[in-house]
Design a protein around this ligand. Sequence first.
Ligand code: F1P
Length: 358
Amino acid sequence: MSSDRVVAPSCETLAEILSQPEAWSAVLGALGRNAVVPEILRTTSRASEWLFLGCGTSFYLAEAAAATWTLLTGVPARALPASEALLFPKLALPSGNGTQALVISRSGSTSEAVRAARQLREQHKIPTLGLTCTPGTPLEAACDATITLSGAEEKSTVMTRSFTAMLAALQYLASRRAALDSYGQALDRLAEHCAPLLPELNARVASFVAQNTFAAYVFLGQGPFFPVAREAALKVTEMSCSYGQAFHTLEFRHGPKAIVGPETCLVFFLSESNMQTETEVLTEMKALGATTVTVANRGSAAVRASSDLAFEFLFDGPETALLAPFVVPAQLLGVHTGLKKGLDPDHPRHLSRVVILD
Ligand code: F1P
C-alpha cells in the first residue's frame, strides 16, 4: 500500500545536528569533572593575552571563543587561522610576553594546526594548550596540556556537533576564569532549553527549503555573532555547494547589498545588545526585496514584520551563551538544501574530515 506521507530525505549529519543538546550536556558534564581544567586555570592565571587558533570551522570556533573570552574575563583574546601563525608570524604573533595560545582541532591531526602548536611552543616559547575531540593525537603531543572532549566527536565530515560543543566548553572555561558561576549555570541550562525546540526548528527549515530556491546566501552578525555568521556561511557552502558569504551586519550596506533580491537568502544573527540598530538593516533589506531569515533570542514586532522566517530561542541567560545554538538553524539550512539539490551532506564534494599536508 503506498503511503502519501512524504518522508523527508535524511542523512547521518542531520541526525548529529539534532543530537547537539545531548553532546552539550555530555561535554559540560565531563568538563566539570576533568582534572586538566583546574590545572589549566592555575597555570594560565597570569596570561595577559590569549590567542586562539584553528582551521576552517575550528578557526571560526576560535573567533567565537576569543570574543567570549574577552567579554567575560576582560583579558584580551583574539583568533587566527593556524596558517597565519605559520606564514606571517611577525604579523600574527605578539612581540611581548604573557601570551597564552590555545589551538583547536576536532581531529587533532590537521597539519597546519599541529605545526602551529609546535612552532608556537618550541620556536616562539609561547605556552600552548590544545582542544580536540580525539584522544592520542599529534596535537596533544605538541601542546603543554590538552582538553579532549570525546562527547563532542561525530562521524560527519563537516563539523556540527563538535563546533557547538567545543565552543560551549571554551565558554565554560572562560566563565571559570572570570569566576562567573552564573554563566556556567546558564550553559548547563542550554541543552534542556534547546532540546524541545529542535524538532520544530528542523521542520520549519525543511519546509522553508522545500518552498524556496536561492542563488546566494548571506549571513550577517556583529561582535561575537560575526563568527557565527562565518561558520553559518561555511556550513551552507560545505553541505550544499551553495555560494555563502558573511559580513558584519552594518557592513552589508557598504556595497554587498547590491546582490539583494528575492533569490538572495539573507540570514541575520541578531544580538540583544544592538537589536534595534541591526533591525534597521533588516528592514531596509526587506524593502529592497530580500528573502530574510532572522535568528534572535527575543525578536520584536519590527523583526517579525521583516522576516520571512524568524527563530526566537527565548532563553533566560547571557546573549553570548546562545552563540552555539544560533548556528543550528544554519546547519539545518545547509543540510536540507544539500539534500534538496540531490547532494550527500555526509560526503561533501571535495572535502575530507582532515586536511593533511605532506
Ligand atoms: C578542520 C577542518 C574542518 C572542515 C573539514 C576539514 O578540522 O578544516 O573545519 O570542516 O572537516 O577540517 P580540525 O582541525 O578541526 O580537525
